[in-house]
Design a protein around this ligand. Structure first.
Ligand SMILES: CC(C)(COP(=O)(O)OP(=O)(O)OC[C@H]1O[C@@H](n2cnc3c(N)ncnc32)[C@H](O)[C@@H]1OP(=O)(O)O)[C@@H](O)C(=O)NCCC(=O)NCCS
Length: 215
């Protein structure tokens, strides 16, 4: 260590790990100290070394790296990874790409990632470990609960509520004030015009239920 910026560890060397490192390198608030992965397959991601697997977590924490990020796209796996990082003593700061826009009064929970060109409207609230992906829009007064993922280019109009662990697929559009239940899946490109029950999968324009077998 010894640099002016605090170090941060990235858990996950896959595609989302690469996007998170791109965010960190652009933002400059943290110094990416390395990447760990369940099964390391590459030596480095964007020039940041892959140090090994999660067995290294205690040693890396002891070395003085105090912050980490679970860079895993899957909601269930991201929450599990965050729990392992927390148990190893890492703090999970919210990360915001410098090309994202945060409205006045927006609230971000621990471990949130707001990727490039995303917009979080005024007084929107993101729970812990929410992922707002590239170019997504979470309009004013939306509430996105813990561990949900708003995929690239999705649009939540004003006052939408997305339940814990739900996934809103790429390019989906959700009408104002709609409630998407916990653990629901909104397929890519869907237009959501009515509330989505918890755990349901919906697809199409307008949204219709997809059988659970198609998840
Ligand atoms: C909804 C989803 C999870 C279904 O995946 P799946 O279980 O592999 O389903 P399949 O591709 O086998 O498709 C099952 C049926 O649903 C339909 N379907 C799948 N995705 C659809 C979509 N986005 N819109 C409309 N219909 C869709 C298929 O046409 C198929 O219909 P059929 O049975 O009449 O042929 C997936 O298509 C999806 O949209 N995932 C979101 C991906 C995303 O945005 N990721 C972002 C990563 S950053």
């Amino acid at each position: 260590m010894g640099g002016a910026r605090p170090g941060i560890l990235v858990l996950g060397a896959g595609g989302h790990g690469k996007a998170v490192l791109d965010l960190l390198l652009a933002a400059g608030a943290f110094d990416p100290a390395g990447v760990v992965d369940a099964v390391p397959r590459v030596a480095a991601v964007l020039g940041v070394p892959v140090l090994g697997n999660e067995a290294l977590l205690p040693a890396l924490r002891a070395r003085g790296i105090a912050a980490a990020h679970p860079a895993v796209g899957d909601n269930v796996q991201r929450l599990a990874a965050a729990a392992r990082l927390g148990a190893a003593g890492f703090a999970l700061p919210a990360l915001v790409h410098p090309a994202a826009i945060l409205g006045r009064g927006a609230v971000l929970g621990d471990g949130v990632a707001v990727m490039a060109r995303a917009v979080i409207g005024p007084e929107a609230r993101l729970g812990r470990l929410v992922l707002v992906n590239t170019g997504a829009i979470v309009e004013h007064d939306c509430i996105v609960e813990d561990g949900a993922h708003i995929a690239p280019g999705a649009v939540l109009a004003g006052g939408v509520r997305v339940g814990a662990g739900a996934m809103v697929g790429a390019g989906a559009v959700i009408r104002p004030g709609i409630v998407v239940g916990a653990g629901a899946m909104v397929a890519a490109g869907t237009a959501v015009v009515a509330d989505v029950p918890a755990g349901a999968t919906v697809a199409g324009v307008p949204a219709r239920p997809l059988p659970q077998s198609a998840r």
